[in-house]
Write a protein that binds this ligand. Structure first.
Ligand SMILES: [Fe+2]
Ligand SMILES: [Fe+2]
Length: 218
């Protein structure tokens, strides 16, 4: 008898928790846990998706984030993460085709022109990961991150063409303006798009409001 999927899932939880433990709250295990939940929810609406592939890919998708952080960004966590995950899954006794499929989902969760999510499982992971950057959670994460880099609460006079990411200019409002408000247009599944649009409406209201409050209009 081959290895049981449940055993692989349990080992993946332990492996991912251990890998993510060194990270700040905005990118750590909590994020992985939310992505797993979102990916499961989207899977339920996609009858052709393999829930086991989706779950393990979600659990392991960011395992190389600490390596990327240590390298100052020269290592791509999607590329390295897909290799580490594949080796890990093979060492757990998973068959090669499933391990390759999961590795491919992890590789493409970071969208690049030359590598886009092709399978339904890869698309679900991509959407779940992006959904965790928007809505109320997205707002919370954006402020956690801006705190980590020492940014202000909000700088209403900032020119976002001139401000820099990963610097003290990197406020949550900047993140919303240059990135988060476009996320809803890049979803790859119908359910992902639906959740994204609902989350986006809330986020837009919040950022419009904080700008008004900071300017003393409300
Ligand atoms: Fe990632
Ligand atoms: Fe992620």
């Amino acid at each position: 008898m081959g290895i049981m999927p449940q055993a692989i899932i349990e080992k993946s939880v332990i492996f991912s928790k251990e890998k993510m433990s060194s990270l700040h709250a905005s990118h750590g295990w909590d994020h992985v846990h939310r992505v797993v939940n979102l990916a499961e929810r989207i899977s339920l609406t996609e009858p052709h998706a393999d829930p086991f592939i989706v779950k393990v890919a979600a659990l392991l998708h960011d395992i190389a984030r600490p390596d990327e952080a240590l390298s100052g960004g020269s290592v791509c966590h999607a590329e390295l993460g897909s290799t580490i995950a594949r080796d890990f899954l093979l060492s757990c006794g998973l068959d090669k085709s499933a391990a390759d499929h999961i590795a491919q989902c992890i590789l493409t969760h970071r969208f690049r022109k030359h590598r886009t999510p092709e399978t339904i499982e890869a698309r679900i992971l991509y959407d779940a990961d992006k959904l965790d950057s928007i809505g109320a959670v997205g707002i919370g994460r954006a402020f956690l991150f801006s705190g980590e880099v020492g940014a202000k609460l909000h700088d209403p006079d900032a020119d976002h063409d001139k401000t820099r990411a990963y610097s003290e200019d990197d406020t949550a409002f900047r993140e919303y303006t240059v990135k988060l408000r476009f996320v809803k247009d890049r979803m790859l599944t119908a359910e992902g798009k639906k959740i994204a649009e609902e989350r986006d409406r809330f986020m837009e209201l919040f950022f419009r409001r904080i700008d008004d409050e900071v300017r003393g209009r409300l």
